[in-house]
Ligand binder design. Sequence first.
Ligand code: GAP
Length: 465
Amino acid sequence: METATVMEKIVSLAKRKGFIYPGSEIYGGLAGVYDFGPRGVELLNNLKQVWWKANVYDKDNYYGLDAGMFKHPRVWEASGHVGGFSDPLAECRNCNTRIRVDKELAKVGVVADEKMTEDQINDLFDQHREEIPCPKCGKKEFTRAKAFNLLVKSNLGDFTSEGSEPVYLPGEACQGIYLDYKNIVDSMSPKIPFGVAQIGKAFRNEISPRNFLFRTREFEQADTQYFIRPNENKEAYEAIKTDRWNWYLSLGIREEKLRFKQHDNLVFYAKDAWDIEYEFPTGFDEVEGIHDRTDYDLSQHQKFSGVDLRYLDQETGEKFIPWILETSMGLGRVFLAVLCDAYHEDEMGGETRTVLKLSPTLAPVKAAVFPLLKNKPELIAKAEEVRAALRKIHPAIAWDDNGNIGKRYRRQDEIGTPFCVTIDFDTLGETPELKDTVTLRHRDTGEQERLTVAEVGERIRTAIA
Ligand code: GAP
């Protein structure tokens, strides 16, 4: 497959088949915002469920949380986001296109450190201006780079319209976990080390949203924060990295498409940081960050709130600010990685087909039921009975009675349905020894088996377990 067009095909399939729609499309769209359609929301929810199971139910001493999005204005000062959460922006003087100067410098092999001042970035930019054309008009006439803060402001509770104390939308979802750390300690009495898991929205005024779901302005993060004793970070950090790597494999993602990358330039809160990257059709890029945040967050919130956030070890009587190891995954990016990994074009029955080889656990539809003919009431009645039986195993069982069976298979292949079940005259008893059996067809191989409905149910149950 030609890589340049694979992403376009995925974007087109995602819209055509009800996975992802551009946000506010009938008004011409809103850059950096996407909607999850009926099939997309099923896949997204399945991803969230498997993540929650792996990070709350299957772990000892991990607690779930769902904190409010809006937070006290001081929170984002304490976290460092008001002062330090910015990207260097420059504008083309000819066509007003905005660029992220660090990203453009990276394209010509120059690293602009996260910790550089505006002047230092501009010195670098000035040395390389001749190599950086405007992506729209091709001219090289940019303004100076200016630090542009990514936080999105709201006017919540501001009835003066002055906006002097803005309540920000969350720049990262994890702050809610730090704010509720004390409540969790007081109400759940966890013994350290313990973890807190949360799925929450984040908003960033990204200068150039790009690559479909990859860089958006509104997105969801699935985070874990592991609270540990000071300096006990090394071993736990390695264990967390392995655990997260294995989670991606459990989704069925091909291992050769994944890699770890350590950050050269650390963000303001991190002592060490590794990304898990997936090889998208556009190249390797980050899907999850694993950060050693030391005591940065709780120390800052203790300082700004004036509340004692030290953990009291009941056995030793020791008091200390826990260190935090974070895993932070963008659900949109993982959704896109899952789609890219599942997308295949192959030959079946002498025809080219498009198929999403999604793991049955993630697939939005688990099985589709086909009555052979739609104008035979006895076939329809039997097929409805089969669908009702399979829905007891999983509710996501589709129905299709339109067109020939081959076309119906292709439609289900395109949305990743792992099983198709056909009800024919043999099911009704035309061949007595086949009475009450159906044809089960497997998406990836096209293989077909004659099974009882109970056996089909068992196949589905085992596949999605
Ligand atoms: N709490 C840590 C944190 O927010 P991050 O590396 O800025 O760290 C974590 O973000 C993850 O969130 C990234 O690995 C990525 O998957 C996702 N993410 C970040 N910015 C994003 C954006 N603009 N659009 C979509 N996903 C994004």
